[in-house]
Design a protein around this ligand. Sequence first.
Ligand SMILES: *[C@@H]1O[C@H](CO)[C@@H](O)[C@H](O)[C@H]1NC(C)=O
Ligand SMILES: *[C@@H]1O[C@H](CO)[C@@H](O)[C@H](O)[C@H]1NC(C)=O
Ligand SMILES: *[C@@H]1O[C@H](CO)[C@@H](O)[C@H](O)[C@H]1NC(C)=O
Length: 502
Amino acid sequence: MTPCTLLIFGCLLHLAVVLSCPPNIILIFADDLGYGDLGCYGHPTSRTPNLDVMAARGLRFTDFYTTGAVCSPSRSSLLTGRFQTRTGVYPGVFFPSSVGGLPLSEVTIAEMLQSQGYVTAMAGKWHLGLGANGTFLPTRQGFQHYLGVPYSHDQGPCQNLTCFPPNTQCYGTCDLGETLLPVFLDEKILQQPVNFTELVPLYEQFSKKFIRKSVSQKKPFFLYYASHHTHYPQFASARYTGHSRRGKYGDALLELDGTVGELAKSVWEMGIQDNTLIIFTSDNGPETMRKERGGSSGHLKCGKSTTYEGGLREPAIMYWEGKIKPGVTSELASTLDILPTVASLAGAPLPKVTLDGYDLSKLLLNGEKSPRSNFYYYPPSIDPTRGIHALRMGKYKAHFYTQGAFHSETTPDPDCHITALLTERNPPLLFDLDTDPAENYNLLERFIPKELEPIVNAIQNERERFLQNMTYAESEINKGKDPSLRPCCNPACTPKPKCCRC
Ligand SMILES: *[C@@H]1O[C@H](CO)[C@@H](O)[C@H](O)[C@H]1NC(C)=O
Ligand SMILES: *[C@@H]1O[C@H](CO)[C@@H](O)[C@H](O)[C@H]1NC(C)=O
Ligand SMILES: *[C@@H]1O[C@H](CO)[C@@H](O)[C@H](O)[C@H]1NC(C)=O
């Protein structure tokens, strides 16, 4: 018997006893979507009908954290359950010509589940490296199928790309010196440059076909759908353009919401809703420097690239029909917890490495408390000599360093801007995130009140324990760039990168 027939046999036995099978997992990851951007998180003009239904029928998190306030680190943690420091995905992000990538020795959720007999696929933005001959592509990290632009869709010239309506140029210029944006199918370039007006329909088609095929083969599946929305430059296909009240940003978000609806519809059409967990969250806070085309962190402070709440606290919804009781939870949780949680639900052994996540399955299925009581905030440019910039323990958050960022420009709060230079805070700034989620009122402003001494001490001790126990892998991003690694559909052509067009 193949492992798979064993698995299905085991599943049927299991079915007879406890009526459960290894669940299908759909993980939807948004890009630069802020805490305040969804209708179900209070945005007044966003249209997100499908996410709102998912929130109403699922569990909506108010205190859910990503580990990196920029793309690559947060994605590495999502897929490995480990801080980016352990995997070397810091500082900053990968470029199309980066030499490094998420090390192949790391075990991703896809690899973990594949070894349990799951079929696996990914659509969308990878941003964990390409390397020579596609060394670091998703297909080398446990995904049997891949379709997508393997990095941010502003990491290439975008001024001449088609946006809807036809002959409209996309907003912005993006990275003019890079190669035209490629769409990969597995390890081959399918299209270069990308056509934004048909990209999301293509991803949806691929994803729905994968779901149908997995179900017809009676195999549990893992689908990782990493959307380009709502990152700059915003775009949308014909179906969604001009259909929101919130301009270009609203249309991009509406298309993302439409995908959530399409995937959920597939699940219901296949009749697998009782055995499919759908997780939705985002990589980091909003890029407010794009003004009305950036997102919103709602009432939270600052956005992308900062360690204020707006940089790392994200919308998160988990939906599993009949299994997860609908509601809202303020339990602490993180993208780090997804791998251990999925492992527990799928009955998969954990990778034999130091993990930074917790199994949330009892929170999801039984409404128990979260095993997570702390969260640790790393900035985008990690310096091991400084370590974390902030630590949350229960409702208290202490900032040891504060720093504004270019990505968080243009809001009225000067603390968010690039001009707010790196500043050590000793004693730390301390906020009560229950009474003051906006981080307005420093509890240690003038002196340390006696009743807060124990909490300040506990946080300091935890910071030390955490830092002593942290291992910093060699930086993959500092391995630098090699222009010859830029993806090109026509490898023999000159002059590069302009001739890479097929
Ligand atoms: C990439 O693959 C090609 C063809 O197999 C080979 O000639 C080339 O040396 C490879 N490049 C690297 C850097 O491995
Ligand atoms: C992009 O796709 C749209 C919709 O399929 C099509 O009408 C348009 O011609 C395409 N543009 C290019 C440059 O291929
Ligand atoms: C350090 O981390 C390892 C692995 O997570 C854990 O087993 C150990 O207890 C930690 N040590 C301290 C001092 O926290």
